[in-house]
Design a protein around this ligand. Structure first.
Ligand code: CMP
Length: 144
């Protein structure tokens, strides 16, 4: 009988995400058990610009559209994340994030996120590099 606390599938998915790929099994298991599953329908507003929020979102399935003042600045898909800016900076959300179609995300809260990523220099590097790229509004280049 499947155990409802068995999050092996989530753990395996986290392992494929560059941000988390270096974490050891202990951290991956903690994250997998703590991550909150959320599903969204097409057009749902997941994160509203200007609102306070602390959740970090990892896209498991589907796509989201990142919009600033009605302009699309990015489309993100499985393995990519959003919500890191408010988490890092402690400010309001910098953009609207909407589900393009049916979408599933894992939501992590700061204490879980930092407990894992904060101990992994490789993960901090991935997070920093992607955040700076987003702030510079550069499209991913060939080296990305
Ligand atoms: P946050 O500000 O917490 O909430 C909105 C999110 O949209 C933000 O974190 C980023 O994850 C994401 N975001 C903002 N600007 C960009 C961008 N230029 N490219 C990709 N994602 C972005």
């Amino acid at each position: 009988m499947p155990d409802s606390t068995d999050r092996t599938d989530v753990m395996n998915l986290l392992r494929t995400v560059p941000l988390f790929s270096n974490l050891d099994d202990r951290h991956l298991k903690t994250l997998a058990q703590a991550a909150v599953d959320r599903t969204y329908n097409q057009g749902d507003l997941i994160v509203p610009q200007g609102e306070k929020g602390i959740g970090f979102y990892l896209i498991a399935e589907g796509q989201v559209r990142v919009e600033k003042a009605g302009t699309t600045v990015a489309i993100l898909g499985p393995g990519q994340f959003f919500g890191e800016m408010a988490l890092i900076y402690g400010a309001t959300r910098s953009a609207d994030v909407r589900a393009v179609g049916p979408t599933r995300c894992f939501v992590l809260f700061p204490w879980m996120f930092w407990g894992a990523v904060g101990e992994d220099p490789e993960a901090l590097g991935v997070l920093l590099r992607e955040t700076v790229r987003r702030l510079r509004h550069v499209e991913p280049g060939p080296e990305d």
